[in-house]
Design a protein around this ligand. Sequence first.
Ligand code: PMP
Length: 291
Amino acid sequence: MQTIPDSLCFLNGSFGPLAQAKVSVLDRGFMFGDGVYEAVPVYGKRLFRFNQHMARLDRNLAKLRIANPHTHEQWLDHCRKLIAAQAADDQLVYIEVTRGVAVRDHGMPTGITPTVFIMTNAMKPASPEQRHQGVACVSARDFRWEHGDIKCVSLLGNVMARQVAADAGAVETIMFRSGFLTEASSSNVWIVHEGALLGPPKDEHVLEGIRYELLRELCEEEGIAYNLRPIPEADVFAADEIMLTSATKEVLSVTTLDKQPVGHGALHGKPGPVYAKLYQAYQQAKAVQSI
Ligand code: PMP
């Protein structure tokens, strides 16, 4: 059995040790995966792009017709208390809101109180080796449901997709739906073509990562063209560079896909120049955009 850390967490209005936090077996999160979540990076004990995470939480709660149980100020207060109690300077705050506890029935019950949970853990960043060499990915058909845009806790499809990579000794599974790039099991995917950064459109098949807008801003600062458009599978396999983004990966270079080296010429199988620029710009953004 794994040891559950005894760090402080927040559950339904009270702070207490994580190992002792309990929810009802009738919680809709447990029964149906009926809830949403956020994962917010923390650098030097300060929350990075917190307002954008709050805006996405609002959007996702609205999609599930759950009223946000807290104001943004209350969320910020709760998160800051937990961050202060956690030893590490760099952390990942996890926020979950489920519809709450109700007698089991599929339809959305009304008049129940949402379950609110927050914890924070030390950030597990990419290793220096992964930064230097890039990471391996595999490809798969996107077999998840058609609401990848909702950051919900029903993550079985994503769990199964990640296991495809784990079984192949790779870091992520890059997925395609009807021949077009969607995303990876817990990251967004980007390619570089003729110096431009390309990402899939923000539609119902893709989670709008907080890094969608951040990369747009960083590309603008760095003079890199940024374009969202449907990306055929063949373009991914022929890309000059491939990158993953997520709260923990930040921006991370993919240097092999299905065991084939990514890129061309001298950069074959090596992190490329657009990655290097975006990684540097990202590090600067962390310093100025954390609260
Ligand atoms: N897609 C999926 C499926 C995810 O789970 C995540 C978050 N881990 C992302 C993309 C990236 O989102 P963000 O940049 O907000 O971490």
